[in-house]
Write a protein that binds this ligand. Structure first.
Ligand SMILES: Cc1ncc(COP(=O)(O)O)c(C=O)c1O
Length: 410
């Protein structure tokens, strides 16, 4: 084990409870992760010690709140290798960042004849904003083919780029269903060579692996804080400074202006122009604590831990008769979607829950991918820093119980 998981688990109060008479096994981390005491304490410290609005008052509480809030931006910037903290725009979740790009950049620059390339493996968050952009602008949406093993077909991508008119390429770094990790730097370089900008959905990547946004060289990157130990209601959009500067804001009102007259207004500098109104102060300060927590562990160690767990789970799952997994074996993000012959995922999840095992079932906000895979839904187990090999064994035991229950004993 690369991580001292027993130590880490002590920091997560929620994990130490029983569910239906069994110790809880939480394997729904791709939906949202649990929060360590340090993150919860940061919320308590703020509300008990220095709750005040940011960027406004000059009293001590307001200064401390502003320091904590902007300090979180600095921590996040360092965590992802951003040249400046200002390039980190705070959002509510992973979806919002992509919408800010769609409204503030794409809708103002695209028109009939222009092309947006995306893929069939995307979460709805990285599909619907582009569908809507295409509808609003007359641009065309094109999709990279998916290979049988759940990877993006690079020849299909090259072909779409060569057809011309491509203004934007939007794809996920890691798929929340297939676990596929896409060849980001290569795909970004090709898009740029074709004159297109790139928006990355890095929601399932940044929480799980070392990331340097400079190396990716994408133009926009959207991330969710609640999937990396941070509170719900946190996320961020990272962008190249020149693009953020030339973009229009999506929301208007307080805090996002430099000058206002009855006849009009001028916008504040980046990132303030994208952050109208009182922000989610406490939660971003706590998100900063989450980033501290992950930084102390080291993202290389996080990645190795999840890789070991996923490989172990892969072997164990494939020993079960009637098991079908989706996506490539390696490289893969720390999650496995699967189907067990004859047992609908919703029934499966209900039985697993009886054994204290929490997984996600359904379409995972990727309905087009379900159509491509020709399944109504899948089961998905997703891992994080506090999960253990024993928990994988518990998952497998519960799956075998489910098979027994539904009469498909191997
Ligand atoms: C790949 C991917 N993109 C985007 C999202 C959307 O993130 P959020 O729910 O924070 O908006 C998710 C959430 O599951 C995801 O897995």
């Amino acid at each position: 084990m690369t991580l001292d998981v027993a130590r880490i688990r002590q920091d997560f109060p929620i994990l130490h409870q029983e569910m239906n008479g069994h110790p809880l096994v939480y394997l729904d981390n791709a939906a949202t992760t649990q929060k360590p005491r340090q993150v919860i304490q940061a919320l308590v410290d703020y509300y008990e010690g220095y709750n005040a609005n940011v960027h406004r008052g000059i009293h001590t509480l307001a200064e401390r709140a502003t320091e904590g809030f902007e300090g979180a931006r600095v921590k996040i910037a360092r965590f992802i290798g951003s040249p400046t903290p200002e390039q980190v725009v705070f959002t509510r979740n992973g979806s919002e960042g992509l919408n800010i790009v769609a409204y503030g950049w794409a809708r103002r620059r695209l028109g009939p004849g222009d092309v947006i390339i995306t893929s069939g493996m995307e979460h709805h968050s990285n599909l619907i904003p582009w569908q809507q952009t295409a509808l609003a602008t007359g641009a065309t949406l094109k999709f990279i083919d998916l290979d049988q093993d759940g990877t993006l077909n690079q020849e299909s991508y090259d072909r779409l780029l060569s057809e011309g008119g491509v203004k934007l390429v939007a794809f996920s770094v890691a798929s929340n269903v297939l676990g596929t990790i896409n060849p980001v730097t290569d795909m970004v370089a090709k898009a740029h060579a074709a004159g297109a900008k790139v928006a990355l959905d890095a929601v399932q990547a940044v929480p799980h692996m070392p990331v340097d946004v400079k190396a990716w060289d994408a133009d926009f990157i959207s991330v969710a804080g609640h999937k990396m130990l941070g509170p719900t209601g946190t996320g961020f959009l990272w962008g190249k400074m020149d693009l953020l500067e030339e973009m229009e804001p999506t929301y208007f009102g307080g805090s996002m202006i430099s000058e206002v007259h009855l006849s009009g207004a001028k916008w504040a500098d980046v990132p303030a122009k994208f952050e109208a109104g009182t922000p989610n102060i406490a939660d971003f300060i706590a998100f900063g604590a989450a980033v501290d927590y992950l930084s102390a562990i080291g993202m290389e160690n996080v990645y190795k831990h999840e890789k070991a767990l996923t490989e172990y789970a892969w072997q164990k799952l494939h020993a079960i008769e009637g098991m079908r997994t989706f996506g490539p074996r390696q490289p893969r993000a720390g999650l496995i979607s699967f189907d067990v012959e004859g047992i609908h995922p919703h029934d499966m999840s209900a039985v697993l829950n009886e054994y204290g095992v929490a997984i996600r079932v359904g379409h995972h906000c990727a309905q087009p991918l379900m159509e491509i895979l020709d399944v109504p839904a899948t089961n998905r187990a997703s891992f994080y820093i506090y999960n253990t090999m024993e928990e994988v064994d518990r998952l497998v035991d519960a799956l075998l119980h489910a098979k027994e229950f539904f009469g498909y004993v191997a």
